[in-house]
Design a binder for this molecule. Structure first.
Ligand code: PMP
Length: 398
């Protein structure tokens, strides 16, 4: 029982530092209005930025996909799990995003976490002449990918291109891979991708962009960060996730066909796992239709209006709203216990907001992570603005 005692002590330590995380159980489909543990709530914490997770056309396509392909894929992609739906989805994604790349192909993954592990481990593969340059605020899956890649990795400070340039200039590696989130998941700001890409071209480096929060939400047609910035380069590797704006699940990598073929041949998170249910891929075809069509455009415009409303309406003196033009709108409270108390007070008012603590964010910067969605109404956003403004004015900090 030594192990159990040690684990219990560790858990107790987390509890004492207000770092224990608790799950809540949602009884209804993912939408702004949900029932949580039997209670009606207005939620501002999903990554369903376009409000597609319970869209009737996508839900219908999911059911149709189950009729066509059954419940599960039954095997990994390299055995017998690769269905027609997966193949169609990959072709559609390559055409949708790959216009900005050279000889592009796309590969569908079960999750974004696995896609990021796959890209970094397969491209670097312990090669002595390869180095990775990783942005300080990158998502955990990219950090884990750099660890598993078994090559020298240098971390550059957040959005600090001068520091990155110095590291690139200093490197003797034959292959240099710069890796960054596009929209930072806990800060909501956008990486300076055009300047970053120019720097990569200057130093002959590859740029891996994790557009988890941008795909579907950024760009006139929802093609994501590359479309938003009109980025074009043969040295780009693009990762988009499909469980956030696309409303379903999974992720994809879009890159030069040699990169994609390497992933198929070598990436362990691709090879050694059961393929996602084909019905998900079938549902994603419907999701892409919506994202790329007029409805997607309308939803992105509505979301942009809500973001503007939030930025104009929030009036804080002590808490710090981070500057963000994306759907991710963090409000830094500071200490863990304090932030939990604020989140609990909002929850009591029927408002569910993400409560983010270390190690996800640095110590002392615990924050509310408000996420807006095209599924919200202006009235709902006004309700949250009012609640946060009032709480900040009336709450006595300990
Ligand atoms: N990258 C980023 C920036 C993310 O925020 C996330 C998920 N929060 C992922 C990758 C992982 O994607 P998935 O949830 O599909 O595993």
């Amino acid at each position: 029982m030594e192990l159990i005692t040690r684990l219990q002590q560790q858990l107790q330590g987390l509890e004492e530092r207000s770092l224990i995380r608790r799950r809540r159980t949602v009884d209804t489909p993912c939408a702004p209005r949900l029932t949580v543990d039997g209670r009606d709530m207005l939620a501002f914490c999903s990554n369903d930025y376009l409000g597609l997770a319970s869209h009737p056309r996508i839900v219908a396509a999911l059911k149709e996909g189950a009729d066509l392909y059954g419940a599960g894929s039954g095997a990994s992609h390299l055995i017998s799990g690769h269905s027609r739906a997966h193949a169609q989805l990959e072709e559609r994604l390559a055409a949708f995003v790959g216009a900005n790349l050279e000889q592009a192909r796309a590969l569908y993954f079960c999750t974004g976490y696995m896609a990021n592990l796959a890209v970094l481990t397969a491209l670097a593969a312990g090669d002595a002449d390869t180095e990775i340059f990783s942005e300080a605020l990158n998502h955990a899956s990219l950090i884990d990918g750099t660890r598993l890649a078994r090559v020298k990795t240098r971390v550059y400070p957040h959005a600090d291109l001068a520091a990155l340039a110095a590291l690139l200039a200093d490197s003797k590696a034959k292959t240099k891979i710069v890796v960054t989130d596009s929209i930072f998941s806990m800060d909501g700001d956008l990486a300076p991708l055009p300047a970053l890409l120019a720097l990569c071209e200057q130093y002959g480096a590859w740029l891996v962009v994790d557009d988890a929060h941008g795909f579907g939400a950024l760009g006139d047609n929802g093609r994501g960060a590359l479309e938003h910035f009109s980025l074009q380069s043969p040295h780009l590797v693009y990762v988009g996730t499909l469980g956030k704006s696309a409303g379903v699940g999974g992720a994809f990598v879009c890159a030069h066909e040699a990169v994609i073929e390497t992933l198929i041949q070598k990436a362990r998170p691709y090879i050694f796992t059961t393929a996602a249910a084909p019905a998900l891929a079938h549902a994603l075809l419907a999701s892409l239709d919506i994202i790329a069509g007029e409805e997607g455009k309308q939803r992105r415009m509505h979301l942009a209006a809500l973001v503007a409303q939030w930025n104009e309406g929030l009036q804080l003196q002590r808490w710090q709203a981070l500057p963000s033009l994306s759907a991710i709108q963090p409000v830094i409270i500071g200490e863990n216990a304090d932030m939990l108390a604020v989140a609990a007070q909002l929850y009591q008012q029927g408002l569910w907001v993400g409560a983010i603590r270390p190690p996800t964010v640095p110590a002392g910067s615990a924050r509310l992570r408000v996420t807006l969605s095209a599924g919200h109404t202006a009235q709902e956003v006004a309700q949250l603005i009012n609640a946060v403004n009032t709480l900040e004015r009336t709450r006595h900090e300990p």
